[in-house]
Design a protein around this ligand. Sequence first.
Ligand code: UTP
Length: 295
Amino acid sequence: MHSSSPIKKAIFPVGGLGTRFLPATKSMPKEMLPVVDKPLIQYAVEEAAEAGVEEFIFVTGRGKSAIEDHFDHSMELEQTLESRSKTEALALVRDMMHQPGSVAYIRQQEPAGLGHAVWCARHIVADEPVAVLLADDLIKAAAGKKNCLGEMVDAWSAHGGNMVAAMEVPLNDTSSYGIITPGDSHGPLTEVNGLVEKPKPEDAPSRLAVVGRYIIEPGVFSELSRMERGAGGEIQLTDSLARRIGEVPFHGMTFSGTRFDCGSKLGFLQANVAFALDRDDLAADLSQWMKDQNL
Ligand code: UTP
């Protein structure tokens, strides 16, 4: 069945080095780190599928095999589960499979930056708007609300152009984010008049930061192909988005969910606790244990 979403494709850049999570990420991509019992990348793929995405494009670097294997059948595992009548576990691994041909892998030959990773997917994306999801930004949907990308797709349908997920960060943290020069705001949407990658607090135009969800239009790929290096000597996605200001609409959307920076150890630990406390099979025992430990 085809979804009615105007955004049918999503790029998942998974080519970063994950240095903040060494040694865990020495031979395993950080996107395979599990929050409770599911790898980060699976949360991102499920978020995209729920938002109507039908084609999944992974831009990989080193250690791609774990991610490829994760989204493929494991015949041996399935046969073993079947022979042991582990029906629930079997359904779990079978239900996460996507239509044959709907998952593509592209290799980013060097980790030259997020913009470069997105540009590597240009031939598969062709001439249509596409979502970009960074799996290490895990966003827990608010109760009764759509997930972050779902909220963005709804807003994007009315405005088009480029859109990023946005949230206020402490002034001291601006140098870890792309920061928005805000224009007019309408509800959760803020017009983006400028974007600065990783500014020092004293240079930051606001505290409104870009987090890892984007909907980008084809003009961004033309800008990326200039291969200009920005902050940190990397080809930055935000620089190409900024160059489209004035050509097409550009909005930051403040989403209703909670974002966990799972590229950092603290954010990853917080995500594990928050997601576990949301699970019927874990919540009671975990909160009792935390009480007993005076946590
Ligand atoms: P990060 O800035 O978090 O870098 O990348 P990193 O290498 O993954 O992690 P640390 O900082 O060394 O611990 C932001 C996102 O962009 C992707 C990463 O996979 C991550 O999702 N990325 C970054 C690429 O796909 N390719 C790149 O060249 C750079």
